[in-house]
Write a protein that binds this ligand. Structure first.
Ligand SMILES: Nc1nc2c(ncn2[C@@H]2O[C@H](COP(=O)(O)OP(=O)(O)O)[C@@H](O)[C@H]2O)c(=O)[nH]1
Ligand SMILES: [Mg+2]
Length: 295
């Protein structure tokens, strides 16, 4: 059997469904998903293992024009990940009209000498009668080598996409150990899961003002339980009220939700302690971003 192995970058605007796709393909949650744009802050490697196929997927932060420090950090990561890939999947959310953001991404990716497949995602949200016109517009604008409609959420056409992308990967020996799922340290994944719950429960009130840092991470052998302590950093004292909620109801929800997800991730019960601290302007502070692994 011929083996194939290589790297594929998942690129596109924030919210296009890149992380949803990756988690679905791997069958494990390696990347957090949220309906808030700019959720994925770091490059995440997730490894797919097939019988005769290994794929290292780079899940990249959504691509957008840089403005403040964090965005510059993101752009750097974007450039790193994409440059190493054998193939790029440009994810487009077809439930919203094609926009300047998609064009910017397409233009940027086009500058690299790497084959691009356009993935028309969220087909489950498009009315059947509008499917062809939607795909036609993308075809006309970008003239991609391949345009594959899928739904990352329902799994529609995902296997077809997988079979097509395999043909773009070089033949050769496997590069990854057969049990390797991701390059993310477990502490970082824990940090991300907590951040996902904050984004989820605080909804519009606390868009991107929160960061999470793991302060302690221990396994108690006798109790077979993980003990994790984490700090939620917010930008302003006034946001404390949002994170804590009425009589602490919000922080309890975040804590319980995160505890459940961490249990799934670590396959053991978790006791989670959360603290809230104010760190003004953390987003523009390079050293701070370094400390919480976002550089
Ligand atoms: N209906 C539908 N929603 C999707 C699909 N793919 C992703 N989503 C949703 O779109 C939002 C953004 O997804 P995410 O994977 O975080 O996007 P990313 O920023 O590109 O990584 C989340 O709320 C997902 O549940 C899809 O195929 N269909
Ligand atoms: Mg993402």
């Amino acid at each position: 059997m011929t083996k194939r192995c290589g790297y594929i970058a998942l690129a596109g605007r924030p919210n296009a469904g890149k992380s949803t796709f990756l988690n679905a393909v791997l069958g494990e949650k390696v990347s957090i998903v949220s309906d808030k744009p700019q959720t994925t802050r770091n490059r995440i490697l997730g490894v797919y293992h097939g019988d005769d196929l290994q794929i290292g997927f780079f899940d990249l932060p959504g691509i957008h024009k840089p403005n403040h420090a964090m965005n510059r950090v993101m752009m750097r990561l974007v450039n790193q990940g994409v440059g190493d890939a054998d193939l790029i999947l440009h994810f487009i959310d077809v439930s919203v009209p094609l926009g300047s953001g998609d064009r910017f991404v397409h233009e940027m990716l086009g500058k690299l000498d790497i084959p691009i497949i356009v993935v028309a995602n969220k087909m489950d949200l498009v009315n059947k009668s509008k499917v062809l016109p939607t795909l036609d517009t993308i075809h006309k604008e970008f003239q991609p080598k391949e345009l594959i409609p899928i739904s990352a959420k329902t799994g529609d056409n995902r296997d077809h996409l997988m079979s097509i992308i395999a043909s773009y990967l070089p033949e050769g020996e496997f590069l990854f150990q057969d049990d390797m799922l991701t390059d993310q340290p477990i502490r970082f994944m824990a940090q991300e899961l907590i951040r996902e719950k904050i984004l989820h429960y605080t909804r519009e009130e606390l868009p991107h003002a929160a960061a999470v840092a793991i302060e302690s991470f221990q396994y108690d052998e006798a109790r077979e339980t993980y003990e994790i302590g984490a700090v939620i950093y917010i930008e302003k004292a006034s946001q404390r009220r949002i994170v804590l909620g009425q009589q602490g109801s919000m922080i309890s929800k975040i804590r319980r939700g995160a505890q459940r997800s961490l249990h799934e991730l670590l396959k053991k019960p978790v006791e989670l302690d959360l603290f809230v601290k104010v760190s003004e302007n953390w987003r523009n502070n390079d050293r701070f971003l370094g400390e919480i692994n976002l550089k």
